[in-house]
Design a protein around this ligand. Structure first.
Ligand SMILES: Cc1cc2nc3c(=O)[nH]c(=O)nc-3n(C[C@H](O)[C@H](O)[C@H](O)COP(=O)(O)O)c2cc1C
Length: 199
């Protein structure tokens, strides 16, 4: 098969590119509004772009002409947390993607929050691995409605059950990654699907 990118409809492009550039880690991003309403949503356009200092990139689409709650919160407060998704938590991914209302998502999703040492962002205890991040740059992407965030990782928190000595072991917590459309794989090689509502 061969495709020219410019010939693809949005739906076909979404399926093709998200499968061709995969797997991509799935994180639940926890953020807070200035009024302290806690938000959780899944994101997978995340890459580690620098190690010293640790910097990640993350891209946000627009929903019905508006910023998604997560980006809105990040721009307002400057911080958020990335929370890995162990396979035991996989059903939270489509459930958390549906919370368009401003409500406390820790309560809605029945998740437990835990604190970092310094960052004010909440972490998700069930995630086993959480990373506190601070907004560094917001970049408009030429020719795209998506916006790119660069953020600095300031704290790394993981459970002893997911540790290999002093290091984090993604295989022990069986983290999931997106392989396009509704399909996922675990780092231990088990694939599965999680249907989600279309936006
Ligand atoms: C596995 C998965 C990965 C996603 N990755 C992204 C992403 O990288 N960027 C994005 O804008 N939306 C992504 N989404 C869609 C958002 O999760 C969805 O728009 C959500 O409702 C946003 O919630 P919020 O407004 O509370 O931030 C993803 C959804 C799923 C299920």
């Amino acid at each position: 098969m061969h495709y020219f990118a410019d010939d693809l409809s949005r739906d076909v492009a979404a399926r093709l590119w998200s499968a061709a550039i995969a797997p991509r880690p799935v994180f639940l991003i926890a953020s807070s509004s200035p009024e302290s309403i806690r938000n959780i949503a899944p994101y997978s356009s995340i890459a580690l772009v620098s190690i010293m200092p640790p910097i990640i990139s993350l891209s946000f689409g627009i929903r019905l002409g508006n910023l998604k709650n997560t980006l809105d919160n990040i721009l307002a407060t400057g911080h958020f947390s990335l929370n890995g998704v162990p396979s035991s938590l996989k059903d939270t991914v489509p459930e958390s993607a549906q919370g368009l209302q401003r409500e406390d998502d820790f309560n809605r999703l029945k998740l437990t929050s835990r604190k970092f040492k310094v960052s004010p962002s909440p972490a998700i205890a069930e995630s086993l691995v959480s990373i506190a991040c601070e907004l560094s740059q917001l970049i408009e992407i030429d020719g795209s409605l998506c916006q790119l965030v660069l953020a600095r990782c300031t704290e790394l928190l993981f459970d002893d059950s997911a540790a290999d000595g002093a290091f984090f072991d993604p295989a022990k917590s069986d983290l999931i990654a997106s392989i396009g459309d509704d399909h996922y794989t675990t780092v231990n090689g088990k694939t599965f699907s999680l249907p989600r509502a279309r936006e």
